[in-house]
Design a protein around this ligand. Structure first.
Ligand code: ATP
Length: 357
């Protein structure tokens, strides 16, 4: 097969990886475009790390194909895949200086672009915003700085693909937020195809061009962050990504742009005009979601009266937990809510997640 410019940088075609009775990755298909920042997000044990290891070549699939630029890479060892890998736990060599650690990443190969090793190390430390730290002992650096050295080392030989496995999970929240911005900036500056593994859905939304939400070894949705958040394709995605109110109900009536859905005695108007897929009909069962931040005091078409049960003050907003006709309801608001409150939302703010008939 000849590689075409239009071939995705990395493709997984129906990839499965079993360990005895355990299926870590199951029939997973996805493509990462050249230069894309692509994240794998999902709960612990869903198969993210295994997927990354299959791309890196540390593991071989038990079924399906891993393809780089149109070429099947079965049997190609990690060192010949031209990937740079950054792990969760820095893995810097403590007996080497920062500069030696980065130079080690060159794997005794000549640096790209005809630079000397020293020039290349200086250039990489500049890139990760640690200029002039060549002679430092890595143990004298903060966690965030060490992780940036690990990135410089992974980038040293000029890999085609950068693979990052939970690179920030050992860092505190503030540092993680800063580092994720830096990682994105470095990725943009180099235009390097990046596959990023995280269990932190907010992190994935913040940095990625596209996100794959993984559940039990398979992708439930692959889409840009805004679609993942506003148009979740399954109940799992709706519940995993951000706070959400997810309900099941039965369609009682349909107009051009709205379905009236019954949940017990309650009725909710659900917008269906921008829905893709089969038309919604009376009698269908719908799973739909309403984000906590769209529920506000009335003036909207849908009104629900609910009772405040508890509240968490988060600074910018308060997350309020309510009981609505024996359903849990979460609201994000700046208003002080107490006792029985009537909340409103528009049909267009309701997203249909699943439909069954
Ligand atoms: P985490 O976020 O906790 O790191 P993950 O999504 O990265 O989880 P994986 O590490 O890919 O998940 O593991 C997926 C499943 O495969 C788990 O059930 C795990 O126990 C199993 N697994 C992974 N590697 C092996 C192995 N070498 N031998 C046996 N089982 C394995």
């Amino acid at each position: 097969m000849t590689a075409l410019a239009s071939d995705p940088a990395v493709t997984l075609d129906a990839v499965t990886r079993r360990y005895g009775e355990t299926t870590a990755v199951e029939d997973l298909s996805l493509s990462v475009a050249d230069g894309e920042f692509f994240s794998l997000v999902g709960p612990s044990g869903c198969g993210k790390t295994t997927t990354l290891r299959l791309i890196a070549g540390f593991e071989e699939p038990t079924g399906g194909t891993v393809i780089f630029n149109g070429e099947d890479v079965a049997g190609v060892p990690p060192e010949d895949r031209n990937v740079g890998v950054v792990f969760q736990n820095y893995a810097l060599f403590p007996h080497m200086t920062v500069g030696e650690n980065v130079a080690y990443g060159l794997n005794f190969a000549d640096p790209p672009g005809g630079a000397s090793d020293d020039q290349r190390v200086a250039e990489l430390l500049e890139l990760v915003d640690l200029p002039g730290t060549q002679s430092r002992d890595p143990r004298s650096l903060s966690g965030g700085q060490r992780q940036r050295v690990a990135m410089a080392r992974a980038l040293a030989p000029g890999p085609d693909v950068l693979l990052l496995d939970e690179p920030m999970s050992a860092l505190d929240a503030k540092l993680r937020e800063r580092l994720r911005v830096q990682v994105r900036e470095i990725q943009q500056e180099l235009g390097i195809t990046t596959v990023y593994v995280t269990h932190d859905q907010e992190e994935a939304l913040a940095v990625s061009d596209r996100v794959a939400v993984i559940n039990e070894g398979t992708a439930e949705q692959v889409a840009p962050p805004r679609d993942i958040y506003h148009r979740p394709a399954s109940r799992f995605v709706a519940e995993f990504v951000g706070d959400n109110n997810v309900f099941d109900g039965e369609v009682r009536a349909v107009t051009d742009d709205t379905a009236i859905v019954g949940i017990g005695e309650e009725r909710i108007s659900v917008g269906i005009s921008d829905r893709e897929g089969p038309a919604v009909s009376v009698g269908d069962r719908l799973t739909f979601c309403v984000r906590p931040e769209v529920l506000t005091v009335p003036g909207r078409s849908n009104r629900v009266t609910a009772t405040v049960e508890s509240a968490e003050f988060l600074g910018e907003t308060t997350r309020v937990h309510l009981d609505w006709a024996d359903h849990d309801l979460t609201v994000r608001t700046r208003d002080a809510l107490d006792g029985d409150v009537t909340l409103g939302f528009d049909p267009e703010d309701v997203h249909v997640v699943e439909r069954r008939n």
